[in-house]
Design a protein around this ligand. Sequence first.
Ligand code: PLP
Length: 416
Amino acid sequence: MDARDDATTLTAPDSGAHWSQRYSAAVMDTFGSPQRVLVRGEGPYVWDADGNRYLDLLAGIAVNALGHAHPTLTAAISAQLGTLGHVSNFFATPTQVALAERLLALAEAPAGSRVFFANSGTEANEAVVKMARRTGRRRVLALEGSFHGRTMGALALTHKPAYREPFEPLPGGVEFLPFGDTDALEAAFAQDGEDVAALVLEPVQGEAGVRALPPGYLALARRLTAESGALLALDEVQSGMGRTGAWLAHQHPRLGGGIRPDVVTLAKGLGGGFPIGAVVAYGEHAATLLGRGQHGTTFGGNPVAAAAGLATIGVIERDGLLAHVRALGDQWRADLTALGHPLVREVRGEGLLIAVELTAPVAAEAASRALEEGIIVNPCAPSVLRLAPPLILTAEQAGQFTAFLSRLPHDLGTEA
Ligand SMILES: *Cc1c(COP(=O)(O)O)cnc(C)c1O
């Protein structure tokens, strides 16, 4: 009997423990042990292999915008797959064209703008790295706390040393500026500003604990990049597609105040759970930086992924979810703050991308208690809980987490 047989015969077939053991024996251990094994979802809920139900306030990390098994999304994907599931980029499909047009419209991109389709966030950012190279300039500016993905180019722009250092050398020329520091930004352009290829920013840093750029920062970034001829690239992989209550976070009056970037990357929420990424290149940059033969992908622009994107956008629009996200987000953050819980230092965020910052590094413990009580939240930093639920969440469902937080022991993590 080998080790796998030994482990799996001790647990009931189809139980979570059984699947967890088989997971460990078969799936590469890059993510650590899975918290639960999930078998089904509906709306904002998922069920594990042991029949327990959870309110999903993470939504696959800001992905399942319409919740789970949304009938419109499911029908759109099935219909496209049953009609034409994949062609290569030697061919076009109406679905792909329609999604590109929708994205240009919701991005308010000027004439001449174009979309490149990819399959994930990191791939979308990879295209930006290549666009930056094509400027012929050597410097790329990113921010401390940034997260742009795990492939080599996007990783070079990702600040966390633990992610980057094991894989060096990475594509060079990247400089990390202190988060939100306008003096540092001006200084970075004051010298050799004409050698800056791109400034890459997340309007709201998600992985770093839901940190929005301070008011005025994006406007300054726009002015400095325009003056020096550098690209202003916004990574809206997490903050985009309605997450903050605007289609794109930089369009939100409290975030970007309507600046126009040169490039925006999208992924996570775009396909409502179906893998897809996209790059929107604004104006002249679309034509000049990546021309024929200079970039490519087998799956990017796949019609099933495009159908998922169109359906997700369609439901957000049809059901008025942008206004819902703004109203629910404002009310929820106010309710969470009003608890006055001594463990809560700050509640911040925009729309349904929310952080509850705790006064002690007990986020992992709080999240595991929440899970025991049937609520999925994400401890994205030692003292930060991230909430990124489906955009269809109701006020009553949001209230379940508020109630959970109100019951959280004041001495969590220090009790005997
Ligand atoms: C998740 C994320 C990425 C990477 O997306 P993947 O689909 O995991 O490659 C890039 N940028 C931001 C801001 C993200 O949140």
